[in-house]
Design a protein around this ligand. Structure first.
Ligand code: FES
Length: 152
């Protein structure tokens, strides 16, 4: 990293966040300036580490119990806590396998609940109407950042 680049531990806050029912969609689009720059962030992975229309799981942070997963759709990345709202299990049984066969929905392997990728709402299954917990993101220099406490 050159001396004029911003330190990766303190990228600007996400342009969008919230997600879930009634929340704003999460997006990798970046807006400069404003917001809570003091909030600590941690690098999740390089954007290129997630193929388009694919998902990737991440272990809990140090001291945490719950991992995260990310879904990439073109220029958008959606990150959620890997915790099904039905009974609180991780969604995947196979590493990085979070999506339906056609890639259109997030699927929980335990009982088959299906979730909309863009906001995490359960559209089918035992937790119908509940939502995955969204995680704010920031993309800076090709790296996806999440709040340091995401998954804790
Ligand atoms: S634990 Fe996810 S659908 Fe039951």
């Amino acid at each position: 990293m050159s001396g004029d680049e911003e330190a990766p531990s303190t990228p600007p806050p996400p342009a969008r966040g919230g997600g879930g029912r009634g929340g704003l969609p999460l997006s990798l689009r970046e807006e400069a300036g404003g917001g809570d720059n003091a909030r600590p962030w941690r690098a999740l992975c390089a954007l290129d580490a997630i193929a388009d229309k694919a998902a990737k799981g991440f272990p809990p942070p140090p001291g945490g119990l719950t991992g995260l997963f990310a879904v990439r759709q073109g220029d958008a990345v959606y990150v959620y806590v890997n915790d099904c709202p039905h009974i609180g299990t991780p969604l995947e049984w196979v590493s990085d396998r979070f999506l339906s066969h056609d890639g259109s929905r997030i699927v929980c392997a335990t009982h088959g609940a299906e979730f909309r990728i863009t906001d995490g709402e359960c559209l089918r299954g035992p937790c119908f109407g509940d939502c995955l917990e969204p995680v704010m993101i920031q993309i800076k220099d090709g790296i996806i950042y999440v709040p340091e406490d995401a998954g804790l």
